[in-house]
Design a protein around this ligand. Structure first.
Ligand code: PLP
Length: 220
């Protein structure tokens, strides 16, 4: 099937309140343009250099999402144009994003990445780190940041019940934070869970954003 047909098929499975991020890492700009011309405007990349290069070559109304681990020394290259950073996994990284955003008077939207999988290779904050950051955020420690939700990646396994449990745990944490700290605000609303292999489970568990690559662009 074509890229456009793959996107169309996915969109039919999504209710209006769930956003599709087309993950275009390793794929050429021609493939991104094909998706763009079919109406897809949100794309995700996991490497800064690749993201910057594609940003420069592609239409400026594309909404870029950084979804992979971000090194502090590379933050400055993406802040001028990135729409949402999904992968804030330490307070020092958050402070650097705040600093670079303040230089250009931008309020940078971010998600906090929470570690929910077994694999130690997956980056992310634990619950204590998360609550510390939220406390500091409420005390206005990061004036150029808008924390709009949480992101997580489930364990890579065929065990769907395990994946569902990990997503459900993150949804519970999301609800606790929202009720505890953001009760009257619409700004803490995003739960970025679900990829090609597990987006159907993620949707059942409350996803508001799915990040799908291979189901759209083919395997990498
Ligand atoms: C690559 C990647 C995805 C998409 O993976 P697919 O299995 O190709 O859908 C989603 N999220 C993150 C963080 C990724 O790095």
């Amino acid at each position: 099937m074509s890229i456009a047909a793959n996107i169309e098929k996915l969109k039919q499975q999504l209710s209006q309140n769930i956003k599709l991020i087309a993950v275009s890492k390793t794929k050429p700009v021609e493939s991104i343009l094909e998706a763009y011309n079919s109406g897809q405007k949100a794309f995700g990349e996991n490497k800064v250099q690749e993201l910057v290069s594609k940003y420069e070559q592609l239409p400026k109304d594309i909404e870029w999402h950084l979804i992979g681990h971000l090194q502090s020394n590379k933050v400055k290259y993406i802040i001028p144009f990135v729409h949402l950073i999904h992968s804030i996994d330490s307070e020092s990284l958050l402070l650097e994003v705040n600093k670079q955003a303040s230089k250009i008077n931008k309020i940078q939207k971010v998600l906090l990445q929470i570690s929910i999988a077994d694999e130690e290779t997956k980056f992310g904050l634990d619950q204590n780190d998360l609550l510390k950051i939220i406390d500091n955020y409420i005390s206005n420690d990061y004036p150029n940041i808008a924390i709009v939700g949480l992101m997580g990646m489930a364990t890579f396994t065929e065990n769907e019940e395990k994946i569902a449990n990990e997503f459900a745990g993150l949804k519970k944490l999301f609800d606790q934070v929202k009720l505890g700290y953001f009760k009257n605000q619409v700004s803490f609303n995003e739960l970025s869970i679900g990829m090609s292999s597990d987006y159907e489970i993620a949707i059942k568990e409350g996803s508001t954003m799915i990040r799908v690559g291979s189901n759209i662009f083919g395997s990498r």
